[in-house]
Design a binder for this molecule. Structure first.
Ligand code: C2R
Length: 198
């Protein structure tokens, strides 16, 4: 009897999960819920980019922003990349952060299909050219299709988050206040380190 009950409960859980997965599949912003704070999307070319891009996600978190996070590749999943960029504005996204290593065409490919600001983060990838390959691929966009390109790696990942917040803060007073607090804290940290030397 117990076995049967467990079996039934397990099966209905399985059905529930299946339903949820089906709805996630049709949702353009899967992996993260679209809420008021999901105005920023963090897209990366591979799961191997996550370690560095986590610092971007964490920095956004510090401003109370939970971004939509996606793994999409202009090379490996071109249709998904296209669909994502074309529907981004309609899905409430205001800024796209796109990170990739090697021949990083992701940010440019997204920028080609949206009028939203796209921030590019060039990453260092195993087998790549220490990020210079990704930097040049991301920054050297032809006139008419800009990608705001950050520094290579972790510094760029963090700055992408801050830059995205700066864009949103233009029309969001609370975020603007958080930004100004962020700058003050950052400044104080340096002053404290300097004082500690004397
Ligand atoms: P794997 O580790 O999956 O082999 O990826 C990724 O961002 C990653 O840094 C190696 C590197 O390839 C990058 N990649 C791109 C694109 N898609 C994946 N540059 C793209 O569409 O630009």
């Amino acid at each position: 009897m117990i076995t049967i009950w467990f079996g039934t409960a397990k099966y209905s859980k399985h059905l529930e999960r299946k339903k949820q997965m089906a709805s996630e599949k049709t949702s353009p912003a899967r992996h993260s819920e679209v809420s008021n704070s999901s105005q920023i999307a963090v897209v990366m070319g591979s799961d191997s980019d996550m370690e560095v891009m986590q610092s971007c996600i964490d920095t956004l978190d510090g401003f109370g922003i939970k971004p939509i996070v996606r793994i999409i590749s202009a090379h490996r999943t071109p249709e998904e990349a296209s669909e994502f960029a074309q529907n981004a504005a309609e899905n409430g996204i205001k800024v796209i952060i796109a990170a990739a290593g090697m021949a990083a065409h992701l940010a440019g490919a997204l920028a080609a299909r949206t009028t939203l600001p796209v921030i590019g983060v060039p990453l260092i990838s195993t087998g790549g050219l220490e990020g210079v390959d990704a930097l040049l691929s991301t920054v050297q966009m032809p006139p008419g299709v800009p990608v705001a390109t950050m520094a290579i790696g972790k510094a760029g990942a963090k700055n992408a988050a801050i830059f995205a917040v700066q864009i949103l803060a233009l029309t969001d007073k609370k975020l603007a206040e958080k930004l100004s607090q962020f700058k003050k804290t950052q400044k104080q940290r340096v002053i404290d380190k300097d004082s500690a030397l004397h």
